[in-house]
Design a binder for this molecule. Sequence first.
Ligand code: ACO
Length: 428
Amino acid sequence: MADTLTITDNRTGKQYEVPITDGTIRALDLRKIKASAEDFGLMTYDPAFTNTASCRSAITYIDGDVGVLEYRGYPIEQLAEHSSYLEVAYLLMFGELPTADQLTQWKQGITQHTLLHENIKHLMRGFRYDAHPMGVFLSTVGALSTFYPDAKQVDDPEVRLRHIARLIAKTPSIAAYTYRHTTGRFYVYPDNDLSFTGNFLNMLFKMTEAKYAVNPVLERALEVLFILHADHEQNCGTNAMRSIGSSEVDPYSATAGAAAALYGPLHGGANEAVLKMLEQIGSKANVPAFIEGVKKGEGKLMGFGHRVYKSYDPRAKIVKQAAYDVFEVTGKNPQLDLALELERIALEDEYFVSRRLYPNVDFYSGLIYQALGFAPGMFTVLFAIPRTAGWVAQWDELHRDADQKIARPRQIYTGHRTRAYVPMEQRA
Ligand code: ACO
């Protein structure tokens, strides 16, 4: 049986055959289907890319129906159990788990870039005390492009790799400075003797003591959260990274754009929105009324639902477990019982069951972040740090892909056609 699709255009009676490759047809193959010689040719209409593959990628695999997530073929559960975030970043970038030597080299290559230029500090000080951390984070990441003008050489794989290392290394430093800024504390320089997450915790929470003692349970929990958030194929933020990157702009500008996409409450901003929602609900007794309100369209159940997952998000399962580990150290987050009750009721309710709405990664992560001492405004920044590893791996893959060009969708024009200019005095 041939891997082709035969299309009959009922406007003309003509038949066309287009090849099927990897379960897709090329949208451009439809262009030859024309109602008349002057016709532009058939296009597809797919707002929000619900059924359009924008690239070929070998980085992350998701089967949303059964809740499978793999980085380069390795199940997320195994990576979360055995790996470190930097090891996973290497895997995403180069396609294989590193040998011990490769990992040592990679870590050294990242660690040497954790410091920020002193002017970044001055720049960050310019933000208001109550500036949203995500606004500070994405602006500062974008500002890095002015410090590294050579990053514009996006065609050079070595230059790309240098700036990829910088981005992975500097995003925790920017995030920590952001946190210290919003809490009115002095900025803490990176300590490269510590692990990636240990150093991050040190930059966040060190006070006047000579040495901040990093709690190993919290260090590992953060490492697991970083692994879970590292990549998720062509989501809104990654699509922004690729789309912006396709103009051949430098990676700092593209990452700032990807972070802006992540900021939205329907995407990475959902972790912050979940906590606000739990605060608004207040107590278990109010859960049924809240659920009824959601069903009437009075708002969404934040942290529920996913474009791709139509079953339990595998990351949410691991986050839920990690939450219990963290609460052993920090004490239970009082909002946990409320979240569990919300999940229990929603998973039994026909509205959510029929729409296949399950908890996503953001449902429980905020409870951990809050237990670690963060205000909700910081939650999405904590997501953006590890997602940087995914963004840069996808951005690098984009630049290696001969099929890719500047991203430029088409439109169906619904406005007026050529009209005569109306002078001001004649306008209604
Ligand atoms: N609460 C209530 N109803 C919902 C929810 C929700 N969280 N999510 C989807 N629905 C409903 C929709 O209203 C729609 O109902 P309808 O068929 O009666 O119109 C149906 O389920 C299908 O939903 P869509 O909006 O078509 O799904 P889409 O794939 O476009 O959206 C999204 C996915 C944005 C994640 C959505 O589920 C949502 O807004 N969830 C809440 C925000 C959230 O948690 N975002 C984080 C996602 S994970 C991440 O980005 C890191």
